[in-house]
Design a protein. Structure first.
Length: 319
């Protein structure tokens, strides 16, 4: 009972909740770059939010089913086909034994999650099944046999409630609500070394560079003037905005290191890390400074929005 990998795609990685309790060992958090998409994709196939899934980046894998397997691909709206016939992203479907699923590219966003009922069976390392290496051709993804009727976030059209919180960006209902438009603003709190810099960082628009990955998003734009000061390496976390020696920002991602020596001008708030994980090379982004109170209020609104989505999906399991 499995999916066999014919072609791995750009960077296809098994993920679950990650390893938040291993940072003292120098091990990154890992896990999904877009937690909301993983949670909603898992909900659509009847799983708990952090069940083990396949994270797809920029272009996806080609997989052949060795048994009947229900699934969905949710996040960025990747092009999907089953034995050459199009399949709608963000909706559940069943891959019959011997059928091939090809996950192509996407015109917006960067990542999506292929979820199956029960998740993928993988050995845990340090309490997590999140992989350290991406898939390669010939790998086998073990999962249980299953079937799923076709349904998704947009199944009920106008009858579907819209649980987006006030201020959330528009998104296609075939994609995850965590997707945000190009030139979006990532909300930030001041970093530990914010007083080393003037406020010009928050006035610039930056472009995502191709050298970006799960460790960090490299940005190109007007260089920030670095003061002639030395910084002892100190703990860092996903969302930290470091300014490198050339004055360019790097925003640490979920695979970012645990210790860093570059000064940190800002820190992206937790609920915008999903948007960070969906940035692709060439996207434009700016940074918006917010207060701790507004960050906490935004986090509460997002949690409620996610709860509403999960309740709606659960109430329509048999639709």
């Amino acid at each position: 009972m499995s999916l066999r990998v014919l072609a791995p795609g750009t960077h296809s990685l098994i993920v679950d909740a990650g390893r938040p309790r291993a940072r003292s060992l120098g091990v990154p958090v890992g896990g999904p770059a877009d937690r909301m998409s993983l949670a909603l994709g898992n909900a659509l196939v009847g799983n708990l939010p952090d069940a083990t899934a396949l994270e797809i980046t920029l272009s996806g894998p080609t997989l052949v089913a060795e048994t009947e397997i229900g699934m969905c691909v949710l996040g960025a709206p990747f092009r999907l086909d089953r034995d050459g016939e199009p399949v709608e992203a963000g909706h559940t479907f069943t891959l019959r034994a011997g059928q091939t699923l090809h996950v192509g590219g996407t015109t917006m966003g960067c990542r999506a999650y292929l979820c199956v009922p029960g998740g993928f069976n993988r050995e845990n390392v340090l309490g997590s099944a999140t992989a350290f290496e991406p898939l390669k051709a010939g790998d086998v993804l073990n999962c249980r046999s299953s079937q799923l009727p076709g349904r998704g976030l947009a199944t009920h059209g106008e009858a579907e409630p819209d649980p987006r919180s006030e201020g959330e960006a528009e998104f296609p209902l075939t994609a995850s609500p965590s997707l945000r438009a190009s030139a979006s603003a990532l909300r930030c709190l001041p970093g530990p070394q914010a007083d080393w810099f003037d406020r010009s960082f928050f006035t610039h628009v930056y472009r995502v560079m191709p050298a970006s990955n799960r460790m960090g998003v490299r940005l190109d734009g007007p260089p920030i003037v670095l003061p002639q000061r030395e910084l002892v390496s100190e703990p860092v976390a996903p969302g930290a905005v470091q300014i490198t020696n050339d004055g360019k920002p790097i925003v640490l991602g979920v695979d970012g290191q645990t210790i860093g020596g570059y000064p940190k001008v800002a820190h992206v708030i937790s609920i915008d890390l999903d948007a960070l994980g969906q940035l692709r090379p060439g996207d434009e982004v700016r940074f918006q400074r917010v207060s701790e109170a507004s960050a906490e209020e935004a986090a509460a609104r997002r949690r409620e929005a996610v709860r509403k989505w999960l309740r709606w999906i659960a109430s329509n399991q048999d639709s």
